[in-house]
Design a protein. Structure first.
Length: 406
């Protein structure tokens, strides 16, 4: 029995939810209590449930801290992590190069590398071969294990169809340069339904966490893909880190229920309860993030029914903060006038969670003239770039008005 079948059986009754961890560990080829949970995939791969997202690598002086980041990758591989996710534009195009530098010292069959074709950046069909070849060169690979059309929405899907991107990827698959074809998605479920029905996809990557299950309509997206037997890679499991830094009331509920469990572990274990999850990506930027995640996933224990009820109450407390649903992906940057949009939202969200008005005002005061919310000229150029569909100028105006009252 693989992980999906096990979880389907477990979730069929409330009683079965009480103790899934032992069976989950045992059915993974006899994994012991300290072994990374893996998921059997259609190509025979055994993918680590924890994936290393290479978008938020540690940085120093504006560059990837290669020494620290390489040690984190080494530690992850040693602990059983084997899925690494990069993309053409991550860290200003330097993430792919870093992957090539650090992963190629390991046997090629010991890890899986996922990369993405930047659909929104394509101009003509000639760009397909040029960019794909550049990605292979930068990552020093002969093939990609998982390859995605990046950030599909209605507009990017239209472009992908016009440029026959799927046919191009099929050719690369026939050449042995791609093993599995998928896509990452940022739009409404109605758009996802059309994309999922268009081709026999090997996998898909969506934003999924316990807040977005309803707020971002992620449940509908999960159901669409599950109905079509398309395995899911999860992005933003912690909503850009916000589910690891909850508002006081929500944090207190989880801490009272399980004093030794981190807030992040609740989010990961929630996802582990869903049968159609192939891999959960975590953008780990600090060694302690990695160490904590390794503890959670080695092996992971899905939530039981009591914990689900507690989490439901914490979710209600979370929604009462009225904060901005920014995940710090930074796709909105650069702002034409220099507003540091994610940093403004982070400061505001921290204020809403901590009620520390003095710190909030000090943070805003430290911005240069055009970097804070006052710098916004409402040009709207950031809005089409935001995967969360945040009305950024409106939110900046709200923050500016609220700050003025403090």
């Amino acid at each position: 029995m693989d992980r999906r079948d096990f979880l389907k059986a477990s979730l069929a009754s409330t009683a079965a939810l009480a103790a899934p961890s032992a069976a989950l560990a045992q059915h993974q080829d006899g994994q012991d209590a300290k072994t990374m949970t893996t998921v059997a995939f259609k190509g025979g791969e055994k993918v680590s449930l924890l994936g290393f997202g290479m978008m938020r690598l540690p940085q120093k002086d504006g560059e990837i801290d290669a020494t620290l980041a390489a040690k984190m990758v080494d530690d992850a591989i040693k602990a059983g992590v084997n899925y690494f996710d990069t993309a053409y534009f991550y860290i200003k195009g330097k993430s792919e190069t870093f992957c090539g530098d650090v992963l190629t010292k390991y046997p090629r069959d010991s890890y899986y590398l996922a990369d993405k074709l930047p659909i929104g950046h394509l101009k003509t069909a000639d760009d397909l071969e040029r960019i794909f070849s550049e990605q292979l060169r930068k990552t020093r690979q002969s093939h990609f294990d998982f390859y995605l059309m990046h950030a599909l929405n209605a507009a990017n899907w239209k472009k992908a169809v016009q440029l026959n991107v799927y046919d191009f990827l099929l050719r690369k698959k026939a050449e042995g340069k791609i093993r599995h074809i998928g896509f990452s998605f940022h739009d409404k479920p109605e758009v996802l339904e059309k994309i999922a029905a268009a081709h026999p996809w090997d996998f898909a990557q969506i934003q999924l966490n316990y807040i977005d299950w309803k707020a971002y309509r992620s449940k509908e997206q999960y159901d669409i893909l599950t109905k079509r037997s398309i395995p899911i890679v999860v992005m933003e499991p912690l909503r850009g880190g916000r589910l690891a830094n909850l508002p006081q009331d929500a944090a207190r509920m989880l801490a009272n229920a399980s004093p030794d469990a981190s807030q992040a572990s609740w989010a990961f274990r929630y996802l582990a309860s869903l049968p159609n999850i192939l891999c959960i990506l975590s953008g780990m930027s600090r060694p302690e993030h990695l160490a904590e995640n390794l503890r959670t996933f080695s092996p992971i224990r899905p939530l039981d029914e009591r914990e689900r009820r507690i989490l439901d109450k914490a979710i209600l407390a979370y929604h009462n903060t009225l904060s901005v649903p920014c995940t710090d992906c930074r796709y909105c940057l650069p702002c034409p006038v220099g507003v540091l949009i994610p940093r403004v939202f982070t400061a505001y969200n921290d204020f809403k969670m901590s009620n520390n008005a003095r710190r909030f005002k000090a943070t805003l005061a430290a911005f240069d003239e055009d970097e804070g919310p006052d710098g916004c000229i409402r040009c709207g150029k950031c809005m089409p770039k935001c995967p969360q569909h945040i009305r950024i100028p409106n939110e900046l105006a709200r923050i500016r008005a609220e700050a003025a009252k403090l």
